[in-house]
Write a protein that binds this ligand. Structure first.
Ligand SMILES: [Ca+2]
Length: 346
């Protein structure tokens, strides 16, 4: 073998190794960052609130096309006319015109627990076992003591509703125990059908082994749809993709195939520092649904199959992840400064 032949062989070998390495890195990246499929089967829901399991979106050509087509449409704020400093009265922007279409119907600053229904799971389901993959099982124990009003100097009025995952006392068939438990809540008396707009200001804490879903949830039984408009998942460390709370997911579920379970979903992730107070603004119109994060539209659909067609209410649910026995789990909190519900102004 000549020196040239050896050099060529070494070159080919190096390229092959580099290719394999990058392939491996991509696979790892996807697995670490996205982890979309916990693949728990959400059996019939026992509680009025479910934190839907992580389900990969159904990639039908139709939904893919919907996402692709709508992704290129700029946010309303971006197409607003630039303000000419020479003009004394600023022109009305599209964003301003949009907000004029809505009137505030409800606001809760969470200076107390008015309208807050905090859930408590019954002793018989607080077994402290099972629930390796099912979000439904890992929501339990659910305790009211993990939903409280706290002082928060970063909140607009100095108060926030804290929804915790932390160790707490809970009932079991064998008596009271203490261990990891979740807070879960809903706002009562404010059920609304589309068109409706739901705006919240919240922040979260970095954590290991917990997830949170900020939801618009259907009134009544069944699981026809579920709009998770600020959802996080369990991190393995305080610094990784989910544990750092530097990312947030839209998961817009609908029962497309008519099996009674809203497992099909449109999904979208944004980079946002959730450890600082962040505003989420969900607009649900009969033929158009979108979310704005800190005033910028980040995701939308005009596919009616994914848009709620009946009344819903505001809710936050939390659950353990990575199995009940995870030893590295840390406390997790969602701080909710306020919630606003808007209805069309005319
Ligand atoms: Ca507040």
């Amino acid at each position: 073998m000549t020196r040239t032949q050896i050099a060529i062989l070494v070159g080919i070998l190096a390229l092959t190794l580099a290719g394999l390495a990058s392939l491996f890195a991509e696979t790892r990246g996807w697995a670490d960052e996205d982890r979309p499929a916990a693949l728990a089967s959400p059996a019939a829901l026992e509680t009025p609130l479910s934190l839907a399991p992580e389900i990969a979106p159904i990639a039908t050509p139709e939904t893919a096309e919907t996402i692709a087509a709508e992704a290129v449409e700029p946010a309303a704020a971006e197409v607003a006319e630039p303000i000419d400093p020479a003009v004394e009265s600023a022109p009305v922007t599209i964003a301003q015109a949009e907000s004029a279409k809505w009137k505030l119907a409800y606001r809760n600053d969470f200076t107390d627990l008015k309208d807050v229904n905090a859930f408590e799971s019954p002793a018989k389901v607080n077994t402290e076992s099972g629930g390796k993959g099912s979000a439904k099982d890992l929501q339990k124990p659910t305790v009211k003591s993990n939903v409280v009003v706290v002082d928060d100097s970063d909140a607009s009025d100095g108060h926030a509703l804290a929804i915790y995952t932390r160790k707490a006392k809970f009932a079991t068939p064998g008596g009271e125990r203490e261990g990891w438990a979740n807070g879960r809540m809903m706002i009562t008396g404010q059920n609304q059908s589309p068109p409706v707009r739901v705006k919240v200001r919240l922040r979260m804490t970095p954590s290991v082994g917990t997830k949170s879903a900020v939801m618009w949830w259907p009134v009544g039984g069944g699981w026809p749809w579920e709009v998770d408009f600020a959802e996080t998942f369990g991190g393995k460390s305080l610094n990784d993709y989910w544990g750092s709370r530097q990312h947030v997911r839209q998961n817009w579920h609908a029962d497309i195939n008519g099996d009674g379970r809203a497992k099909e979903q449109l999904t979208h992730a944004d980079d946002v520092d959730l450890t600082k107070y962040t505003e989420f603004d969900l607009y649900i119109l009969p033929d158009h649904m979108w979310v704005e994060i800190n005033g910028r539209k980040t995701f939308e659909t005009k596919d009616k199959r994914y848009i709620p067609n009946g009344p819903g209410f505001f809710s936050i649910g939390k659950a353990l992840t990575d199995g009940r026995e995870l030893r590295s789990r840390t406390d997790d909190t969602v701080f909710l400064d306020w919630v606003e519900i808007y209805l069309p102004s005319s």
